[in-house]
Design a protein. Structure first.
Length: 597
């Protein structure tokens, strides 16, 4: 189930424990007569008793004052440690499964399928070509919804590679009571969570239809969940209410995309969401459930029928109806999440993670005055020790894109400088689209120049590996610059640049953070601190009509649908945890600063 992780709070417990031990020792000393000095001590200090400027009670008073001072120091340390721990907050984690990872491969069914079509050899040219084809299709689509009947929440990328899963990352979630598991696609470019539900026209859910699936997928039904609540047309979030025949009618939703007649429609439902993760974080008896608004997707069309997200989609966008927004508004986490990807391209999501204090960061940029997607401003590019002029651009942070794309002019300058500094022979791999490829072998030691992105306030993002290695039957055969030209003025920082980093999407402070990581930073579960549920006092953390409506909303550019809150809707969990800590420590503070001895 859910994997909560928390660190640093044990320091405050240690400080408090030491303080209490000191208090007990001091109180005991003050309430009994001082023991006589050992004869040896009398011999060493013969004048101590007769020439001390303080009487016995004065000595005890000085000792008590010293003990109080030490206690206050421990108390301050405990408070600071607690505040530091509170700032980090709780993180709820679940594993991300890359479509071509070993985890996904383990789901396959033994059947006679052509490996070159369904499962390319990892790190082969075919492997990279399939990923690039997916990226290019993702960019070419007009991703904004054509009609937004309910709220501006969807701008989801859709990629179809035929009769198989076509998204880049998936994760397991549990919905309803009793819970039903779904293998949903993960998308930072959209907000709404929807799953197949009472299907009239959905993608096939049978494992027989998919080469990379070992069991049937599930469908959701509100009637089978005791925690499900259908929204009626009279509900404040039902913007089609005026078109309903009756106010008691169930509220419909419908989102029609420009791309390939792709759409999702059905009913709006409120239910509880859990997370299920087959990861290595260890078993936990704790479970977290939060009410979320979700789409009961009864009818899908276009790309959704081709198997790109047959079991639903979970949006992580900055809009108020995304899963991170609901978790934060319910008081379970801070309004932030992080993604961390290992060398195998799989990784984890940590909801509530705001990253370490030492991380670098840069602010998110607005689109048409709103924080509608995760866009940052890049001040320049550096290759080796050469920082290139006029390489400033805006970039979308998109974990669903395998490679990184730079605006055409920035790409040409960057690639030319890379080519100038590399010491290998340029080569072309016939039939494949990369321009800057080079011959190499296992015996060579090619000089591959480093690559770095510059951000405001002297922050920089060092690319862990700007190339991908190409392997053949005989081993390493070459490498290519893993960067492509973008069609427009906005670049895309893709998964290959994020590998080896803890990428923090801090929606509370509206910035992107990053720090080098092996993606094992939250595996320790020595201390778990749960935030109190629903701090706002509302029985329902769902957004109001005013929070959801955007007047005059039109179709938008790729992955730019939705609106992010400009400030938290409730006090952050860090503030509440610090408050609880003070409630424990202040009585002790009052006790020990009392003038009465």
């Amino acid at each position: 189930m859910i994997s909560p992780s928390f660190s640093s709070f044990s320091l405050s417990k240690l400080s408090l424990s030491l303080s209490l031990q000191l208090y007990l020792f001091t109180a005991s000393s003050s309430s009994s007569a001082a023991p006589p000095l050992h004869p040896t001590h009398r011999h060493q200090f013969p004048d101590l008793r007769f020439h001390s400027p303080y009487p016995k009670s004065g000595i005890r008073r000085v000792a008590m004052l010293a003990a109080r001072s030490l206690f206050l120091l421990f108390l301050a340390a405990a408070l600071l440690a607690g505040l530091e721990a509170a700032q980090q907050g709780i993180a709820l984690s679940t594993k991300l499964i890359h479509r071509f990872s070993d985890e996904a491969k383990a789901l396959r069914v033994g059947r006679n399928v052509t490996a070159s079509v369904y499962w390319p050899e990892k790190r082969s040219l075919e492997y990279y070509s399939l990923l690039l084809d997916s990226d290019l299709q993702r960019q070419k689509m007009k991703l904004g919804p054509r009609y937004q009947f309910l709220f501006p929440v969807e701008g989801s990328n859709t990629v179809s590679l035929g009769n198989d899963f076509g998204w880049l990352h998936y994760t397991l979630i549990d919905v309803g009571t009793p819970h039903v598991s779904f293998l949903v696609a993960v998308d930072t470019g959209s907000d709404l969570l929807w799953v197949p539900c009472d299907c009239l026209q959905c993608a096939p859910l049978s494992a027989r239809y998919y080469a990379s699936l070992g069991q049937d997928l599930n469908a959701y039904s509100p009637s089978q969940s005791s925690s499900s609540k259908l929204l009626t047309c009279s509900h404040q979030l039902c913007e089609l209410g005026s078109k309903c025949k009756s106010p008691t009618q169930q509220c419909p939703y419908s989102v029609d995309y420009y791309s390939e007649n792709t759409s999702s429609s059905g009913l709006l439902v409120e239910d509880v969401l859990y997370f299920a993760s087959n990861d290595d974080l260890g078993a936990s008896n704790a479970s977290v459930k939060a009410p979320v608004l979700m789409g009961c997707g009864m009818t899908q069309s276009g790309g959704y029928l081709d198997g790109i997200a047959p079991d639903g989609l979970m949006g992580l966008g900055p809009g108020k109806i995304s899963v991170p927004s609901f978790l934060a508004k319910a008081g379970f986490i801070q309004d932030s999440f992080s993604l961390c990807f290992d060398e195998e391209d799989s990784g984890k999501i940590y909801f509530g993670d705001q990253g370490p204090h030492a991380q670098q960061s840069t602010p998110f940029l607005t689109s048409n005055g709103n924080y509608t997607t995760y866009i940052v401003g890049v001040d320049g590019c550096c290759i080796g020790g050469s920082c290139l002029k006029q390489t400033r651009f805006k970039a979308l942070i998109d974990s669903g894109t395998s490679f990184t794309f730079l605006p055409e002019d920035v790409y040409e300058k960057t690639a030319n400088e890379f080519h100038r500094q590399v010491n290998s022979t340029i080569s072309t791999f016939e039939g494949y689209p990369w321009k800057y490829c080079y011959k190499s072998s296992s015996q060579d030691s090619p000089k591959i120049p480093s690559m770095k992105l510059l951000f405001a306030m002297n922050n920089s993002f060092m690319i862990h590996n700007p190339v991908f290695m190409v392997y053949g039957i005989q081993g390493l055969t070459g490498f290519c610059l893993a960067v492509q030209p973008a069609d427009g003025d906005i670049g895309i920082i893709g998964l290959n640049f994020m590998t080896g980093y803890r990428m923090v999407f801090d929606r509370e402070n509206l910035n992107l953070g990053w720090s080098r990581s092996k993606c094992e930073f939250l595996n320790r579960e020595d201390e778990i601190i749960w935030a109190p549920g629903n701090p706002s006092g509302s029985a329902n953390p769902l957004p109001t009509n005013q929070e959801q409506r955007i007047p005059g909303q039109h179709a938008v550019s790729p992955a730019v649908a939705g609106r992010a809150p400009l400030r938290p809707s409730a006090a952050p969990p860090s503030t509440r945890r610090a408050s609880h800590l003070m409630q424990w420590l202040l009585p002790l503070l009052v006790l020990f600063v009392s003038p009465t001895l």
